[in-house]
Design a protein around this ligand. Sequence first.
Ligand SMILES: [Ca+2]
Ligand SMILES: [Ca+2]
Ligand SMILES: [Ca+2]
Ligand SMILES: [Ca+2]
Length: 327
Amino acid sequence: MQPKRRYFKLPVGANSNDYHRNIINVKVKPEFLNLLRNLESASDEVSEILNYLEIGKIRPVSSGKGNRNRNARIGNPSKIEISLYQTFEYNGPINIEKAINLLYSTGMVEYAEPAYVEKIDFVPNDSLIAQQYYLDLVKAIDAWDITMGDTSVVIAIVDSGVDLNHPDISDNIWKNPNEPIDGVDNDGNGFIDDYQGWDFAGALANNQQDGDNNPDITKGGGHEHGLSVAGVASGVTNNVTGLAGIGYNTRIMVTKHFADDQPEDAISYASNPYQGVIYAAEAGADIINCSWGSTFRSQFNQDIMNYVAIYFCVFVVYYLGISWFFE
Ligand SMILES: [Ca+2]
Ligand SMILES: [Ca+2]
Ligand SMILES: [Ca+2]
Ligand SMILES: [Ca+2]
């Protein structure tokens, strides 16, 4: 089977390590949204293509939950209808470029893209001054001890995970007040018992379905990136707001995107951290820290960032990554 026309071409320099295998990020045309819930009703032509691709799970990137800031919409021309954003899995032995072009051939998609692999940013001298990050972390925590205030600020560390039992951090881990541990998704955000964030990558890097509710890290090396970043992010916040005047009780929300079975020297996130960005915004984070990036431009990811900025007014912190974002 061949696509009708070639709409999509992999960017120059992209190879198979640069995107997640068998995953396509899709913005569906609004008139086809219902079809996704009832694929049997597809036309013969569409069914034939979907069967050829061996489409598996189709998942919305967002549950649509969370407290949106309605004022943020006023006068904003770029409305984002997040329900149109879907992740398709396909299992057919077809390369991603052809698979994407076949999806275009169904007429269902506004656009479709690979899910590019995001890589950790080596924040300056990462390996050399890791201990200094630790010092920053301790200082920040000390400051929080002094300035316990009424306002609760939540910083999401969308990264490799965090050592939840770290003595300087465990008391500050954000807890989801609407999610008792009872095997039920009480807050309806699509994640069962996410009482302390979410582990999107889970145990296995090659399984995109084995996420769990424990974003604790199991080993060192690149897996500790999130912990280091938590220290840096806290330090930055500490410097900007200063100790005088503004008392706050900062919490760290954790989403984990390194899989437990990745080697310690891994630098690529096994699950797409943009999932964590959406999760964090919808769960009420005030600041989202993204110390990672990809060199490949993605409209899908741009739209996700617009979504969280427009509807949730979160402040997204970047370091060196997402180089295309400011172009
Ligand atoms: Ca939940
Ligand atoms: Ca629950
Ligand atoms: Ca996994
Ligand atoms: Ca886990």
